[in-house]
Design a protein around this ligand. Structure first.
Ligand SMILES: NC(=O)c1ccc[n+]([C@@H]2O[C@H](COP(=O)([O-])OP(=O)(O)OC[C@H]3O[C@@H](n4cnc5c(N)ncnc54)[C@H](OP(=O)(O)O)[C@@H]3O)[C@@H](O)[C@H]2O)c1
Length: 335
């Protein structure tokens, strides 16, 4: 067992993209757990675009991370020492202990992890926040119905891959937007998309969407924002819905893009709605049951993009914004 806890703290607020220069590595002796606490060994950490928001001056919807604080984040850990009757050594738990290798945490702050439902890898993607974001965003916020046309941006990323497969299961026609021919090929080959558009290769994205969706778009699931949102709104059908899940193109931008096509929502009787996955926390069990059932039936899977070692976490955060990941980006820390 390691006697040291390796961690990354926020060292500077980035002006643009985040990278290793904004974090500082620290090593401290492991703290022995007191009553009601657990000593954990981190197995996997999630790397999410929202982390770039959390380290900004004013994130808006959550408290910012202060300079010197351990970088916030979720993951899966193994219990090394338990001082709480609900947990035994060797249990796997979901945590929000951030970028550290051997944290000591309150048992109240972790959630038991059911190995019968899925592997740790499944819980990092499909059965974790990624799958739940796709499930509630498309079904509840998007109100998707069989036979509809669904357009997904950031389609080869973590949430996008799952949204496409769920739309397929819901008997929709689903088109993905992704950067580069490799990612586009993977969408139709591996993730149930009926067509894919390489947005980086299209001088007129609205026209490309119109070619791929000749009858228009019923649901646009947006992970990207900016000009992509404009191009999709231009193609909405009457009664169309836009799900604002993320806007990664704007998250680290020095100048924000002003969306121009909002006026089209009037004649199209269309609606645009943002959401945060935790809005649905009371229904996570329902979402996980559905996702796990589809996974067991072989209709739903999540590709993980695995980086090796805690040191890769700060590198990974920048990768998301350069489009260097395919699927759910995670860091394997131990095990
Ligand atoms: N609302 C919620 O509760 C919630 C929950 C989870 C995630 N989210 C949001 O959902 C979005 C996707 O998250 P994720 O974890 O699944 O990340 P991800 O899609 O796995 O990774 C980000 C991807 O975004 C694309 N991208 C980066 N910069 C871009 C740009 N300027 N224009 C167009 N595409 C760009 C890249 O793909 P390409 O190579 O294709 O460009 C990149 O691979 C993020 O905006 C995130 O903040 C929201």
């Amino acid at each position: 067992m390691s006697n040291a806890n390796h961690r990354f703290v926020l060292a500077a607020r980035p002006a643009g993209l985040a990278g290793p220069e904004h974090f500082a590595a620290q090593t401290r002796p492991v703290r022995a757990p007191e009553a009601g606490e657990l000593l954990l060994e981190t197995l996997y950490l999630s790397v999410d675009p929202a982390m770039r928001v959390w380290i900004s001056e004013n994130p808006g919807y959550v408290p910012r991370i202060e300079l010197g604080d351990t970088m916030r984040g979720s993951g899966i850990s193994r219990v090394l020492i338990s001082r709480d009757s609900r947990f035994d050594t060797g249990d796997l738990v979901q945590t929000r202990a951030g970028w550290q290798s051997h944290p000591t945490v309150r048992a109240d702050d972790v959630e038991a992890f059911d190995r019968a439902v899925g592997t740790p890898e499944d819980w990092m993607g499909l059965l974790g926040m990624t799958g739940l974001t796709a499930y509630f965003g498309l079904r509840d916020v998007g109100g998707v119905r069989p036979g509809e046309t669904v357009l997904v941006s950031g389609a080869a990323g973590a949430v996008g891959q799952v949204v496409g497969q769920i739309a397929n299961i819901e008997q929709c026609r689903v088109i993905g937007l992704a950067g580069g021919p490799e990612k586009c090929a993977s969408l139709t080959r591996d993730h149930g998309f009926h067509a894919a558009i390489d947005y980086k290769a299209e001088p007129d994205l609205a026209a490309a969407i119109a070619r791929a969706c000749p009858g228009g778009v019923d649901v646009f699931y947006d992970n990207v924002g900016g000009p992509t949102l404009d191009a999709a709104i231009a193609n909405l059908r009457i009664g169309g819905r836009v799900v604002i899940c993320g806007r990664i193109s704007q998250t680290a931008a020095s100048e924000l893009y002003g969306v121009k096509n909002l006026g089209l929502l009037i004649g199209r009787r269309a609606r645009i709605q943002g959401f945060v996955v935790t809005d649905f926390a009371a229904r996570f069990a329902e979402g996980r049951t559905w996702l796990a059932g589809q996974h067991a039936a072989g209709r739903l899977h999540q590709r993980l993009h695995v980086l090796d070692g805690l040191d890769q976490a700060p590198v990974g955060l920048g990768m998301l914004f350069r489009g260097e990941n395919t699927g759910k980006l995670v860091v394997k820390v131990n095990g």
